[in-house]
Design a protein around this ligand. Structure first.
Ligand SMILES: [Zn+2]
Length: 309
């Protein structure tokens, strides 16, 4: 069955890059609607479907584009929260060009969605089954989708900074794993990157409270890490959000090796360019039970996710 929210929920914060105040509302939507973003600050308002073919390449975040120059940036964390709570239909209203960063993780969005409540809709849910491996590469980095009965995410990163270093993690995303293991992991960056971004007018809304900032072996953010491997967990959170832009739950194993937003989008484009690589599948009740949002509740959120409320 498809699902939406029982009632609208609202979030207020700043854009990570613009530093400007930003307000986001998630409204219930009818079956078959999908996830749609609406820029309410534009007149007339602009709607952008949350789908891979509306993504414009961007190194730092996932940027949606309506094809006419109207954009919305940094959609990945709210998309991950919607996928992780099994919301298939929603109208997401934002009053500016950037989704608020909140605490840099998906936990505040998850908590808000659960507060709004999940409403099951009497409509069949279709998933996208990956039928054969699809891969994109760039130097040593790659991203791959392979057939699997439910979503798995396998990620590896390598950073020169000792505070991050080599990290790898693999998760079966069923049974609330997203909430328990990934949702509260925050965006991370190096102090040197922050300095460079600031010079270019980016990361103006970034603080030590909404991003984990590292410098060599040191974690500069007060309170340190929420997880020893918070960085790779956040990359998996990003992948979850970027994969949700497939437009329906994916039945696949995703492997990311030093992959980023642009690469995961290229991977979806490669998948959908090959009609023999995937097919629609109406979910049986057994299959629905294995989807990331099935049966999730507030107690699935990691304990640390409540601290930053
Ligand atoms: Zn992120």
């Amino acid at each position: 069955m498809q699902a939406t929210l029982k009632k609208a929920v609202m979030f207020q914060g700043v854009g990570l890059h613009s530093g400007a105040p930003a307000r986001l509302e998630i409204h219930p939507a009818p079956a078959g609607h999908g996830i749609v973003f609406r820029r309410t600050d534009l007149n007339p308002v602009v709607d952008i479907p949350a789908r891979w073919d509306h993504v414009t390449p961007s190194r730092l975040c996932t940027l949606m584009d309506d094809g006419k120059g109207n954009t919305l940036s940094t959609v990945e964390h709210v998309m991950a929260a919607l996928a992780g709570t099994g919301i298939h239909n929603a109208l997401v209203k934002v009053d500016g060009p950037e989704v608020p960063i909140l605490d840099g993780s998906a936990a505040p969005f998850v908590r808000g969605i659960l507060r709004g409540g999940i409403l099951l809709q009497q409509a069949d849910l279709r998933a996208i089954r990956v039928l054969r491996p699809v891969e994109v590469r760039e130097g040593e980095a790659f991203a791959r989708l392979a057939p699997a009965d439910h979503l798995e995410i396998d990620f590896q990163i390598d950073f020169a900074d000792a505070a991050i270093g080599h990290q790898e993690k693999r998760l079966d995303m069923a049974n609330g794993a997203f909430l328990r293991e990934l949702a509260d992991s925050r965006t991370f960056c190096r102090q040197a990157d922050v300095d460079a971004m600031r010079k270019n007018g980016l990361a103006l809304g970034g603080t030590y409270l909404n991003a984990v900032v590292v410098d060599g072996a040191r974690v500069l953010s007060p309170g340190g890490l929420r997880h020893q491997d918070e960085a790779v967990r956040h990359k998996m959170l990003d992948a979850m959000g970027d994969l949700a832009l497939a437009g329906a739950p994916l039945l696949a194993r995703y492997t990311g090796h030093r992959a980023g937003h642009a690469m995961t989008n290229r991977l979806l484009r490669a998948l959908f360019a090959d009609p023999t690589a995937w097919r629609w599948e109406t979910c049986s009740p057994a299959l629905e039970d294995r989807l990331p949002g099935a049966g999730v509740a507030a107690y699935d959120l990691a304990a640390t996710a409540w601290v930053a409320a």
